[in-house]
Design a protein around this ligand. Structure first.
Ligand code: CMC
Length: 393
């Protein structure tokens, strides 16, 4: 195996060719299909951004309407799928439920295993985009012990999700325009991010010719970890701890810098961005905007600002080029919307669905696609000889 080069964490390995998302980490540039993230976040709904990411172009009116209709049509879950929720009870981990249920969708869709043409892929994409939101809201309702709320065909994507999350049998939830706008922006900013851990997991699974739902389910599992999508939970837990215990951010930072503690400043650092994460910049502005419009005073935003200020002046962070990433401010927005902490990474998964689908589609549509099969540097014993049990030490 002498010819194999170790690339720890694939830091310098191009694992595929892709047309979906462009990142320039030195300059803090992120573009979906060539369109700057700032323009998409300002002007596009999540559905438009999803269409762009998945199908490669900004949709014309009829294309957009058609996609929106497919999402509305696909929102309900098969009645027997509803029974799954009963099994999880009230301490369901929404990410575990989501991953399992997205995988289970395969059992309810006759075409997804062997999509025959573009329209089968379109339908699978619409099914996944739509049902992931129904599953997410239903798992939340199950966790809090309320009846599951059915999707409404007359509501738009984000509004429908909020309805399923927050309506009850005795109260119809009506979101304010600020909430709808902020959630759309949150989802748009999460829509894709080239070959991150979960997306490359999706491609890895897809490379064995596994179906779209199974591949997305694997993506959800990869996203769960605190170094990836789980960071949005870890950030709030960190801010809350600092706030509750009245810790001095500078002292907290000393612990982060002490490698012995194994502690990290959650929501900071990125494999690719070495200047700033444009998503964090947009989210920070949006968080301020939203709290002001909604008249909310969130003390955790003050803690976050203080931490950022201390970090950006600190040699440790400056030398290592560590800046706030997408997860640093996103939680402030989710809290203001009323999303509970255990749903934060689920929200990331809903947002990332277009990127996973687009990357799955690239693998699926590439006639030359080759199975992903990295090599290793073997470090174990080269050869042992079997010994009887009573002679083993
Ligand atoms: N706090 C303290 N030190 C850090 C941090 C941090 N958040 N991030 C990186 N470092 C240090 C790291 O210890 C290393 O130091 P040294 O050179 O002395 O060994 C140096 O910076 C380089 O970091 P790395 O571990 O080589 O970076 P990586 O590219 O392997 O990891 C990362 C990237 C995002 C996993 C990491 O920065 C991290 O763990 N951040 C905190 C978790 C987080 O916020 N994750 C969300 C990532 S963005 C959105 C997403 O994917 O969900």
């Amino acid at each position: 195996t002498g010819h194999i080069t170790l690339d720890d964490g694939y830091g310098n390995t191009g694992s595929c060719q892709s047309d979906v998302t462009f990142i320039d980490g030195e300059q803090g540039i992120l573009r979906y299909r060539g369109y700057p993230i700032e323009q998409i976040a300002e002007n596009s709904s999540f559905i438009e951004a999803a269409y762009l990411v998945i199908f490669g172009k900004l949709p014309k009116q009829d294309e957009r309407d058609n996609f929106a209709q497919a999402l509305a049509d696909n929102a309900p879950l098969h009645q027997s799928m509803m029974k799954h929720f009963d099994g999880y009870g009230s301490n369901g981990q929404p990410m575990a439920v989501l991953s399992a249920m997205v995988n289970s969708l395969t059992a309810y869709d006759p075409h997804v295993m062997h999509p025959a043409d573009e329209s089968d892929v379109f339908n699978a994409a619409a099914t996944l985009m739509s049902k992931v939101r129904t599953i997410a809201a239903a798992s939340h309702k199950t966790t809090i012990g309320e009846p599951i709320v059915y999707p409404r065909p007359d509501l738009k994507y984000v509004e429908n999700f909020l309805h399923m999350m927050f309506s009850t049998p005795y109260h119809d939830y009506e979101p304010t325009p600020e909430v709808v706008r902020a959630l759309n922006m949150f989802l748009v900013l999460h829509a894709d991010h080239e070959q991150n851990c979960s997306t490359s997991t999706v491609r890895m699974v897809a490379s064995s010719k596994a179906n779209m739902f199974a591949s997305a389910s694997a993506g959800i599992s990869a996203l769960w970890g605190p170094l990836h999508g789980g960071a949005n939970v870890a950030v709030i837990e960190m801010l809350q701890k600092i706030y509750d215990e009245g810790l001095d951010p500078a002292v907290f930072m000393d612990e982060v810098k002490d490698k012995e503690t194994g502690r990290k400043l959650m929501g900071f650092g990125h494999r690719v961005y070495k200047n700033f994460d444009p998503r964090a910049t947009i989210l920070k502005g949006a968080a301020f905007d939203m709290l002001e419009k909604m008249n909310i005073d969130d003390p955790l935003l003050d803690v976050a600002l203080k931490l950022e200020e201390v970090a950006l002046k600190d040699d440790y962070f400056v030398e290592r080029k560590l800046y706030p990433n997408v997860d640093f401010y996103s939680g402030i927005i989710l809290r203001a919307i009323g999303i509970p902490l255990d749903m934060f990474t689920v929200m990331f998964a809903i947002g990332r669905m277009p990127g996973w689908i687009a990357n799955w589609k690239e693998v699926h549509e590439d006639p030359k696609s080759r199975i992903y099969r990295p090599r290793q540097i073997y470090t174990g014993d080269v050869e042992n000889t079997w010994i009887p049990r009573n002679e083993r030490s």
